[in-house]
Design a protein around this ligand. Structure first.
Ligand code: CO
Length: 143
């Protein structure tokens, strides 16, 4: 069902420092920060040849990543995002398999303007999993 690894998200205490680290020490292409107030985060994308790294920093009150940062002051891996071709079919399948979809269980618009859902980390080996609907996800992963 899942296709490509779309991104790995890392929560960072200092977005400018993390961007510079990826740009200078690791020599990666790094985007400008993009504030996403609806999600309570500011994101920077690190573009790799086969996937992306999403650097996340809390934005505003009650950011979902603030608690994570409180528990992990130097930052840490937050979630992995897999592409799916049909997010509604994926949700139906996962619920039938006993997995829990976070929130109201319905897709919302994610960082790339595409529908996403998050799956309960306790159901996936202690890792928060994001699914993103990408047209042709399966065809692309097979190619
Ligand atoms: Co993500």
């Amino acid at each position: 069902m899942i296709g490509k690894l779309n991104h790995v998200a890392i929560v960072v205490p200092d977005l400018a420092a993390a961007s510079a680290l990826y740009r200078n020490a690791l020599g990666a292409a790094v985007t400008q920060p993009v504030p996403l107030p609806d999600h309570g985060v500011t994101t920077v994308f690190v573009e790799l040849p086969n996937t992306k790294i999403e650097l996340l920093h809390p934005l505003g009150e009650g950011s979902p990543v603030q608690k994570f940062l409180d528990g992990n002051p130097s930052g840490g891996m937050h979630h992995v995002c897999y592409e799916v071709e049909d997010i509604h079919a994926a949700i139906e399948h996962l619920v039938a398999e006993g997995a829990r979809v976070l929130g109201d269980g319905k897709p919302r618009t994610g960082a790339h303007g595409l529908p996403v859902v998050f799956l309960h980390p306790k159901d996936f080996c202690g890792t928060l999993v994001e699914l993103e609907e990408v047209a042709g996800a399966r065809a692309a992963s097979a190619g």
